[in-house]
Ligand binder design. Structure first.
Ligand SMILES: C[S@@+](CC[C@H](N)C(=O)[O-])C[C@H]1O[C@@H](n2cnc3c(N)ncnc32)[C@H](O)[C@@H]1O
Length: 311
């Protein structure tokens, strides 16, 4: 993109945002604090970035964030990660090698993949491309599931540019990953969740659902922001996160608060070892160390396998 058209996109985006009504939940980490009392004594509290909120409120607050960022989500990802998120996503998909390696024929059924929190389709389209171009498998299909209708609408819009548009290989479902009664037990070959699970209210419930819907031998794969292992690099990274990202959010999307939440939610997410423990608790077998750090631990890929129970 030339600097002139980049500026035009930036200006247009900021102008468009300026005319949007404010969502009910603004300034997540500061002014809301005074109102952060639970509505009832029974309401359990959870994190919304650095703010404590009743569990019953978190879903709508996260919904407001992603509805607000949906249209600028991809541009923002590129700016925030300096394009590195694309390399991570390519690596994630390559490491899963989606698609059946069997030669075409009556025995090949293709994989049934569930891409949770699939948002704008970034991972789903890559997995379908890999299955088609690398494994020559045109039967593998992906269901993109997301709680947010605006993120799904962006994904649908983008899917028009792909060969999978309007085919049985790609489907969109609006659902909460913590509760998916519409997905039968043991029906999924590969479950992916990328930069999504840190936003869930009950992460363990989502991991339990992943275990339920996967076939025995099926793979759970998650890529999420994680903990940087080198303290010097961590200090630089945190400075970038907390100063540059909300500012870029303000300039590009006209929405500082949502990007402030995104960086706070990264800080709140469990460490690599803690998250591996949660995957194990859901019943998964952990291959090797269980995770792979990317760019010094800024992100990590976690994997689990649903055990095959012998009769
Ligand atoms: C940061 S985006 C990730 C999108 C995409 N996977 C990617 O990597 O580009 C996080 C997504 O998680 C979704 N999400 C948040 N809570 C959810 C929940 N409980 N169940 C399903 N999706 C959820 C949001 O709507 C949003 O689309």
């Amino acid at each position: 993109m030339s600097s002139r058209s980049a500026w035009r996109a930036l200006h247009h985006s900021a102008k468009r945002r300026a005319f949007q009504p404010a969502t009910p939940y603004r300034c997540f980490s500061c002014t809301r604090r005074a109102q952060d009392q639970p509505k009832s004594e029974q309401d359990r509290m959870t994190h919304f970035g650095f703010t404590n909120v009743p569990e019953s409120e978190k879903e709508s607050r996260v919904g407001a964030v992603f509805s607000s960022v949906a249209s600028s989500y991809d541009t923002m990802n590129d700016l925030m990660s300096l394009g590195i998120h694309r390399l991570w996503k390519d690596h994630f998909v390559r490491s899963l090698n989606p698609g059946s390696p069997l030669p075409a024929g009556p025995h090949r059924k293709g994989w049934n993949i569930l891409d949770i929190a699939g948002g704008t389709g970034d991972i789903a389209f890559r997995m379908l491309d890999h299955a088609t171009n690398i494994n020559h498998d045109i039967e593998t299909r992906v269901t993109i599931s997301d709680i947010n209708a605006d993120m799904l609408a962006e994904g649908r819009k983008r899917s028009v540019q792909t060969p999978y548009y309007n085919t049985s290989r790609l489907d969109f479902v609006e659902a909460n990953a913590e509760h998916m009664p519409h997905i039968p037990d043991a029906s999924v070959d590969l479950y992916t969740v990328v930069f999504g699970i840190r936003n869930f209210t009950d992460k363990q419930a989502a991991l339990n659902e992943a275990f339920r819907v996967l076939k025995p031998g099926g793979v759970f794969a998650c890529m999420e922001f994680s903990k940087v292992d080198n303290p010097v690099f961590d200090a630089i990274y945190k400075r970038w996160n907390f100063s540059a990202i909300p500012m870029i959010g303000q300039l590009v999307a006209g929405d500082r608060d949502s990007y402030q939440y995104l960086v706070e939610s990264i800080e709140r997410f469990p460490s690599q070892d803690e998250f591996r423990g949660m995957i194990q608790k859901a019943g998964f077998m952990i291959p090797g160390k269980g995770y792979e750090n990317l760019t010094g631990g800024i992100a990590a890929i976690h994997k689990g396998i649903k055990p095959v129970v012998k009769a």
